[in-house]
Design a protein around this ligand. Structure first.
Ligand SMILES: [Zn+2]
Length: 329
């Protein structure tokens, strides 16, 4: 899960520099064509819901800001496409295309299809199926809520979350139960809960809604053995096929974490397109990787204080943060 804390730290500072650099770059060089994919997780009805601390706020996206996001990119001549459009091959290498994605499968995502229908734009929702079948909270949300009760600041909580990402989901959940008690995995309201199986089935039938695989337990796949990676994909594929009557072919890797092995096993399970959290626009025509999978990078629109998004950072082909990451690798 990718997320920016409210308090200024090194990452925030890098974002600030990135924002300034991307705005200047855009002003002088304009926007290059390509496919921009956008990552969302939750959507809040209003700003009060963000401050309820029930979930890690991630994009701090309200329904209003999501509409503002669509208005902005549609007025900047973006064409929002379906995953199928991408699979068939986008026809114009000089165009600006957008793909809207939501990860995880929160119930709060049920606010979105009515907006998609109003704007006539599609979106894909990547579902982690264990949450649908077990009705449990995501572990990062549990930590955020419990630590916020004790008034810990966001960057301290984020450090704890990042530290736990080397463990498997079941190990983290055991730690949480020991730390906060048996009931901590139980959702508090419609804000923090996943969809139920019945809700997902009817959600998937709505126009402009597409469904993809986000593994079963939301495991960080690079922590797992080959056999365990396969099982994460297979279980999720089976449950989704049963619930939505279609077998997904598009996977979002949890935490954006993948490896050669992960991609190869995804392909063996029919997941011919994958998506990461590497923050850059995809150049056209799209390339196919060594194992035959089309692997897309993805931008993360974050609403500042729940009010607005830095659109220049998303539009610019130049991202200092991404450049730094590349240099460091
Ligand atoms: Zn996720």
């Amino acid at each position: 899960m990718d997320w920016l804390p409210a308090k200024m730290n090194k990452r925030d500072l890098l974002n600030k520099i990135d924002d300034a650099a991307s705005g200047t770059h855009l002003k002088f060089f304009g926007e290059r064509p390509g496919l921009s994919t956008f990552l969302f997780h939750s959507v809040f009805e209003n700003k009060q819901q963000i401050s309820s601390n029930q979930i890690l706020p991630q994009e701090r996206m309200t329904v209003g800001v999501f509409c503002q996001f669509l208005d902005y990119f549609l007025s900047n001549n973006y064409q929002f496409v379906t995953p199928e459009d991408i699979r068939k091959g986008l026809p114009d290498d000089k165009a600006k295309y957008g793909l809207i994605t939501f990860d995880d499968g929160y119930f709060n995502n049920t606010l979105i299809p009515a907006i998609l229908a109003e704007y006539k734009v599609p979106a894909i929702f990547f579902i982690s199926t264990a949450y649908i079948t077990e009705g449990k909270k995501f572990w990062s949300d549990v930590i955020y809520y419990e630590r916020k009760k004790n008034h810990l600041d966001d960057s301290t909580i984020l450090k704890e979350i990042i530290g736990l990402k080397s463990l498997k989901t079941t190990q983290v959940e055991k730690y949480l139960v020991k730390e906060f008690g048996e009931g901590c995995m139980k959702p508090l309201s419609d804000i923090d809960r996943p969809m139920t199986a019945a809700e997902l089935s009817s959600f998937a039938k709505q126009p402009f809604v597409h469904i993809g695989n986000h593994t079963h337990q939301h495991e960080i796949l690079t922590n797992l053995s080959a056999q365990e990676v396969g099982q994460e994909f297979i279980t999720s594929q089976e449950i989704l096929t049963q619930l939505i009557n279609k077998t997904p072919w598009f996977v979002s890797y949890p935490n954006g974490s993948f490896s050669e092995m992960v991609v190869e096993i995804a392909m063996q399970n029919g997941l011919t397109m994958g998506i990461t959290t590497i923050q850059q626009k995809n150049s056209l025509p799209l390339k196919t990787g060594k194992h035959g999978q089309v692997l897309l990078d993805r931008l993360n629109p974050v609403a500042v204080n729940g009010d607005t998004i830095n659109y220049h950072r998303l539009q610019s082909s130049f991202q200092l943060k991404t450049q730094f990451k590349k240099w460091l690798q």
